[in-house]
Design a protein around this ligand. Structure first.
Ligand code: SF4
Length: 413
């Protein structure tokens, strides 16, 4: 029997801290686990929320997944396992776009989605004959199994479990890898999602989709089907949900409590250039209030370091994000992920300052900004944090949240 170990690698960073606090089970290892047959002995670790000691792991095959900020840590683990004679496969976002680099640390690289090639990959590993590259094409979403709940328990994620709703996105934002990795949006059948949620131990669920309400009819069907389950859910969509009262009403009734919406920046020009012109700054205050009126809190990171940004952007962003009514916001220095249009452009302009992927964590300036120095950009991210969380703003926000969402949810925001 093949002894398989799946690991989501994660290095200490502000990126990890955010994921640990706000993230649920990661799609990469949980999808691979869901596709693994019972004939394989399976162990699984998520380093975002667990300590992982590679020396204590024994397996015939280790499959590592990670995105760019965790690549150095991932490669370190891969090298460790290979030294011990254990077969290593590397998959995930970073490896999909830099497969030759990943191959330098692995017996095989898995690009794209895992399911279509997973049986072949496991068979090859059992025979000790891995091919150098596997590419998984877009899978039929109706064939996916539910995430297993026995390998890493829901309590590990503070009882917020994750159910996959869709893969892909029809937009093409310049900094995002989703369209390049997963293509256009595909949805799971609503009844599969309802059944999976019905069998869960927890009533807090992340509806995992990069753009949950992209297909309005599907979203309406899903929300109506979820209503009888009486769950609380969190999801990721665009602020345009606030322009659709029927859809928002249905989301709220089905248990929506918290939405991640990508406002990104208060620079109109930067929004337009990066493909997010649909975020209208003059409408945001009313749109967010409408979400609040439905009991839904709003999380949006402030992306800093666009070419349109000078050093005045930090204070201005903090003031406006607070004024718009954003409930949670962390500053994130723009990360030009390899594989994105943004990375290609910065590289062509000779502005990439380092390929030390551990610095691609949203706290470091890894490229030359246009209107300030890298040091000013890094200091500015702190400035945003302290301005957004100044005593006056923090207390005002908490008082509003207590009134709007109740004390227990307000404390957790
Ligand atoms: S940032 Fe969001 S809306 Fe833009 S391409 Fe990525 S998933 Fe789609």
């Amino acid at each position: 029997m093949l002894n398989l170990c799946l690991i989501k690698a994660s290095a200490p960073s502000t990126f990890k801290d955010y994921k640990k606090k706000r993230g649920g089970p990661p799609q990469s290892i949980f999808s691979a686990a869901a596709a693994t047959p019972d004939t394989v002995a399976l162990q699984m670790f998520d380093e975002t929320v667990q300590d992982v000691d590679p020396a204590g792991i024994d397996a015939d095959l280790v499959v590592l997944f990670f995105s760019t900020p965790d690549a150095v840590r991932g490669y370190e683990m891969a090298d460790h396992f290979r030294k011990r004679g254990i077969q290593v496969v590397i998959g995930g976002l970073h490896a999909t776009f830099l497969k030759e680099e990943a191959k330098g640390h692995a017996d095989a690289v898995l690009t794209g989605e895992c399911e279509a090639v997973w049986p072949q990959l496991l068979q090859d590993a059992e025979r000790g004959q891995l091919q150098p590259f596997y590419h998984g094409e877009a899978v039929d979403m109706a064939t996916l199994n539910p995430y297993p709940t026995h390998l890493i328990k829901p309590k590990t994620y503070d009882w917020v479990w994750s159910v996959l709703v869709s893969r892909g996105c029809k937009h093409n934002c310049s900094f995002c890898l989703v369209p390049g990795m997963l293509g256009k949006t595909r949805y799971r059948p609503v009844e599969h999602i309802v059944e999976e949620i019905s069998n869960m131990e927890t009533d807090w669920v992340e509806l995992h989709a990069d753009h949950l309400t992209e297909d309005r009819d599907y979203a309406l069907r899903l929300f109506k089907a979820l209503e009888p389950l009486k769950i609380n859910w969190v999801g990721e969509t665009t602020i345009r949900i606030a322009d659709d009262p029927e859809l928002l009403e249905a989301a709220a009734k089905s248990g929506c409590r918290y939405l991640l919406v990508g406002i990104e920046t208060v620079s109109k020009e930067a929004l337009k250039r990066s493909g997010k012109g649909f975020v209208k700054l003059d409408k945001l205050k009313d749109q967010i209030k409408f979400l609040h009126d439905h009991g839904i809190a709003v999380d949006s990171a402030a992306i800093l370091g666009f070419d349109e940004h000078d050093t005045s952007i930090f204070k201005e962003s903090a003031e406006l994000f607070h004024d718009f009514g954003v409930d949670i916001s962390v500053p994130a220095i723009m990360i030009p992920f390899p594989g994105s249009r943004q990375f290609a452009q910065l590289e062509a302009e000779g502005r990439i300052l380092t390929r030390d992927w551990s610095q691609y964590d949203g706290a470091h300036a890894v490229y030359q900004p246009k209107l300030m120095s890298p040091q000013e950009l890094e200091a500015g991210a702190d400035e945003f944090y302290w301005e957004f969380n100044s005593a006056g703003r923090y207390l005002a926000r908490k008082a509003r949240q207590v009134a709007q969402f109740g004390p227990s949810m307000a404390l957790n925001l």
